[in-house]
Design a protein around this ligand. Sequence first.
Ligand code: SF4
Ligand code: SF4
Length: 284
Amino acid sequence: MIIAVASGKGGTGKTTVVTNLAWLLKSEGVTLLDCDVEEPNSALFLRPKWEESNSFRQFVPEVDLEKCTYCGQCSQLCQFGAIITVKENILVFPELCHSCLGCKRICPVDAIGDGERELGTVSVGRAGAIRFVQGELRIGEAQAPPLIREVKLRGIVPARKNVVLIDSPPGTSCPVIEAVKGSDLVVLVTEPTPFGLHDLKLAVEMVRTLKLRCGLVINRSTIGDRKVWSYCQEENIPILLEIADDRRIAEVYSRGELVVEALPEYRKAFRHLYQQILTLTKRN
Ligand code: SF4
Ligand code: SF4
């Protein structure tokens, strides 16, 4: 079972939900994939011991100027402007390259060799019984999706029948889509504020476009207004859990602790969340 935890905007409590859920499920054999590669912070709460950490690299064209005839076929093919032929000069912009290998394949004189650049690192470890895989994008790097793909490749072992939890990046752009696709359920985390509702609507639209199921966790449910509840009713979106605005949760979070450990009275709520997830995933 693959459960992605996502949110239309950052700071809604997505990491709180995913890390506390992982802690509760540790006896069931859970894997947590931190796919929020621009700011992976699940590890701050679960403190895994890293077993390996590898640089993740991708192809970029390396042009052999001795062979190149400046025919321009590679530049005409590249949709991303990552390789440009200007008269008797050829320029490569690695940060724009999507590593599709098209330029290498089309080159009639085999002038393009295998260069590479680092997108980030993938680390694998364990936090007690929790298997942990984390991607971390190199500072200044914009292409998160290939790194997220790699984290999922390392973390989702098809033969293993355990629970996989994905800490997805916030928002609704390509990295989020890469993180949530293939999930059995997307748990969206929101706050009942106008901004929260606005971004929730975008997130629901994204999930539905991907033909995935979703349920909602309303964090700090005692602030704001009731428009999120009305929206969920209109759109038939199940509310899986409501977490009241509790100053102690913010304090626990700021100390890098887990709510279910520091405030055991919340265990019941997170167990309830897991039951709701099970009910929803088994229903279809
Ligand atoms: S590998 Fe693809 S994206 Fe990169 S420069 Fe070549 S054609 Fe462009
Ligand atoms: S396709 Fe090959 S020969 Fe033509 S410009 Fe590109 S690298 Fe040079």
